[in-house]
Design a protein around this ligand. Structure first.
Ligand SMILES: [Zn+2]
Length: 82
């Protein structure tokens, strides 16, 4: 897993691609982009021009790192936030 400096966390964090983030969270691409637009997840541009996401911030929104993540849990959290 690549790591990089996450400004929001203020330290080195594991970063995942959007593709990986979609697999981890099991949300739709449009949901993930919405989270990014709202800054509910931490993301950054890497030099190749791709965007990567701070893995811990994904877990903060989508639930426990242990449980990779039933859809209803994710939607419940989003409903609570919004
Ligand atoms: Zn972060």
């Amino acid at each position: 897993m690549p790591t990089g400096f996450c400004d929001k966390c203020g330290r080195m964090k594991e970063l995942v691609t959007i593709r990986t983030a979609l697999v981890l969270t099991e949300v739709s691409r449009s949901t993930l982009y919405y989270w990014m637009k709202k800054d509910w997840v931490h993301w950054l541009n890497i030099p190749s021009g791709r965007r990567v996401i701070c893995r811990d911030s994904l877990f903060q929104i989508s639930g426990s790192p242990e449980v990779l993540n039933p859809q209803d849990t994710i939607e419940g959290k989003v409903a609570k936030i919004s």
